[in-house]
Design a protein around this ligand. Sequence first.
Ligand SMILES: [Zn+2]
Length: 68
Amino acid sequence: MIQPVTCPICDKQLPPAASDSPCFPFCSVRCKQIDLSRWLDGKYAVVEDLTPDRLMLELTDPDDLPPE
Ligand SMILES: [Zn+2]
């Protein structure tokens, strides 16, 4: 049995031949671009969060500092 493939963006069921489409696994170029822009947004957010200064702050737990 072949599982129906649905577009991850709009949940529209794709025709069996859709795997040959350049926009697979999306139903259309539009949905592919929506996914791409979401992915890029997430990527930029991660890069922004993982600057070295911020990483050091997150790795340093104030409770682990020795008492003065
Ligand atoms: Zn779609």
